[in-house]
Each structure stands twice: as structure tokens, then as C-alpha cells.
Design a protein around this ligand. Structure first.
Ligand SMILES: [Zn+2]
Length: 277
């Protein structure tokens, strides 16, 4: 679960009115959607990992504490929702350290994992993996091992969980291998856009290989509040709002057949992280 406001997550993709970001209204949206998400997961006895922005931990520390108390893992989604490859080295370091501290203070739990906003580590900015490791994180989940996307992806990289040279564990986003092509899959937008049987087929392909997949979604895709952004093109509107109402019912179908869990527990299970003390 990547915890952020809807408008701030879109602000680098198209024009969002500045008053839609950083204010009380956005905090209310986050709070209510996360509450609803927690309730939904609780009722299905499913635990997961919440990659939360550090700034949200500063503004809504009780919310972050409650996520942890519900049994979910708290990880970092950086401090503000800004693409890392556009920032200076110092800004990335500040965001890594600042978000980790804010999230640990708010949740009272150690933060082990990191995910870059918009998976914004590319082939030109691989040094960011060293900064993540130096900031004390044990795993990263920012790599979409695909080619050809205009915002994210590192082509030709490993699909499965693996260890980078610097010791950092990488848990890549999942892909569908179709007719020799590798497509992004199992993510918020892809989950809503693709027919459900395709999502299930991808999950089964990971299960057959005995490899854990990575499934991500946002509170504004699961909760009830998704603000409208004025002036959006038709294709953008379709991409960002399609099938929202069906998300929970679709999840229920997946929960019946597939096991979901926290990233740190999957990594322990697979011998990447040491057993909890
Ligand atoms: Zn995000």
C-alpha cells in the first residue's frame, strides 16, 4: 500500500491545482481512505506493508501508529511525493533519513523498507541504491524491471527478489511475460485496467515459479474518496478512475485463492531477512 494523497501523486504527471495539495482536505482524504483500507483488511484478516510518506507521519502521526498497531508493516515512500531522479543527491539523502525518522517516531516500529515515489530510480541514477543502504534500510522495492515506460523502469533487470552488490535486498515490482514482452502488472492502475483473469494469470505464474509477487495499490483506489482533478483529458480520466468501485470485490476474489502478506515477513520466509528477535 503506497500511502499518499491522490493529487500529490499526480502532480508530476499533469497539472494539478496547487490548492489541492498539502492542505487539510488532502489530509482528510488520506485519513478516511486509510481508515477504510484498515477496516477492509482487518475484516479479511490480511496484513500488508504500508509505504508511507514521511510528511504524512509528521502531519498524521496517530494514523501511522494505528496502521502499525493493526499489524501492518510501516515502510518509507520517501518524505514528499517527488521523483528521486529529479532531486539532488543531498535532497535524496535528506528524504531517506527524514522519512525514516518520522515514520519510526510515529509508528514506534523500525523501518526496514523503502519505495521511491513513481518508482523513480532509473538506469542513470543507480547510485540511489547506495544512498538507501547508507540510510539504514534493509530492502528496496522501487524497481520496475521493464522497458518503454515514460516515467519508470530499469530494462533488463532481475524479476525476482535478489540482493544488490551493496547488500541491499531488492524486491522488484511484478511483470507479465506475454509473447516475449515484459509488461507491468499487479499494480494499482494495472489491476484496475486489466481484466481480472489476467491479474490472476500473472499471480499464478509467480506461484508456479515458487516466487513471491509484488502487488501494490493506493488508499484512494481502495477507499471511497478520490477527488476529481479539473481539466483532465478523457484518457487520463479513464486511466485514473476506471473500475475503482470494483476494487474491493476484485480483492475478495484474489484473497480467496492467493496468500498476501507483509514484505518483511515474505523476506524472512525466503531467507533474505534474519528472523525476528
Ligand atoms: Zn506513490
Amino acid at each position: 500500500m503506497d500511502v499518499e494523497g491522490f493529487a500529490e501523486s499526480m502532480a508530476e504527471s499533469f497539472r494539478v491545482p496547487p490548492e489541492m495539495m498539502g492542505g487539510q482536505e488532502e489530509l482528510d482524504e488520506i485519513q478516511r481512505n486509510v481508515d477504510e483500507t484498515l477496516e477492509f483488511l482487518e475484516s479479511r484478516s490480511v496484513k500488508g506493508t504500508f509505504f508511507v510518506l514521511g510528511r504524512i507521519a509528521v502531519k498524521l502521526p496517530k494514523l501511522v501508529r494505528r496502521i502499525a498497531e493493526c499489524g501492518h508493516e510501516i515502510a518509507s515512500h520517501s518524505h514528499e511525493h517527488l521523483r528521486l531522479y529529479n532531486l539532488s543527491r543531498q535532497q535524496v539523502q535528506d528524504s531517506l533519513a527524514g522519512s525514516r525518522k518520522a515514520l519510526e517516531d510515529a509508528s514506534g516500529t523500525p523501518v526496514k523498507g523503502f519505495r521511491a515515489p513513481d518508482f523513480s530510480i532509473n538506469a542513470q541514477t543507480l547510485f540511489i541504491f547506495d544512498l538507501i543502504q547508507e540510510a539504514g534500510y534493509q530492502y528496496d522495492s522501487s524497481v520496475y524491471p521493464i522497458a518503454g515506460h515514460d516515467v519508470y523502469g530499469i530494462a533488463g533487470t532481475e524479476r525476482w527478489i535478489h540482493r544488490l552488490e551493496n547488500g541491499l535486498i531488492e524486491y522488484p515490482l511484478s511483470t507479465a511475460e506475454i509473447a516475449g514482452r515484459r509488461l507491468p502488472a499487479l499494480g494499482g492502475g494495472y489491476f484496475r485496467l486489466y481484466p481480472l483473469p489476467l491479474t490472476r494469470w500473472v499471480l499464478r505464474s509467480y506461484e508456479k515459479a515458487d516466487k513471491p509477487a509484488m502487488f501494490y495499490i493506493h488508499p484512494y483506489e481502495l477507499g471511497n474518496i478520490c477527488p476529481g482533478v479539473p481539466g483532465l483529458s478523457r484518457s487520463r480520466t479513464f486511466r485514473h478512475y476506471v473500475n475503482r468501485k470494483r476494487t474491493k470485490a476484485r480483492f475478495d476474489k484474489l484473497f480467496r485463492r492467493h496468500r498476501f502478506g507483509r514484505v518483511d515477513e515474505v523476506l524472512r520466509d525466503r531467507g533474505f531477512l534474519a528472523a525476528a528477535r
